[in-house]
Design a protein around this ligand. Sequence first.
Ligand code: 5GP
Length: 115
Amino acid sequence: MSDDPTIFEQIVAGDIPARIVYETDTVAAFLDANPLAPGHTLVVPKEPHERLEDIPDDEAAAVWAAVQELVPQIAAAVDADATTVGVNDGEAAGQEVPHAHVHIVPRFEGDGGGP
Ligand code: 5GP
């Protein structure tokens, strides 16, 4: 693993601008720069754990608590009909940023596909 800070660490540090929608001591969530749908949000542990299995239990619980809190809030904000929650865990699954993150993608009747 590289020692360079990940894009998401730089966002958490405030070095790269992003629209932060949720923040605690251990977790942050911000809008995806290339959204699959309005309101597409990424939830990350602030520590740069690369893979799901690397996240300590307490931080993983905090990430999931954020997801549970954010899903209905985001759906209401963009008037979504449903939500897809997903993780690309590993390069072959499409993980581009080596800092574990959960996608929250609002879904709309007839939108024809997910992440
Ligand atoms: P992955 O393919 O790793 O699961 O998803 C990475 C996500 O991060 C992509 O949806 C991409 O649009 C998003 N992303 C990449 N760089 C940035 C950035 O600098 N800012 C924000 N807000 N999102 C980013």
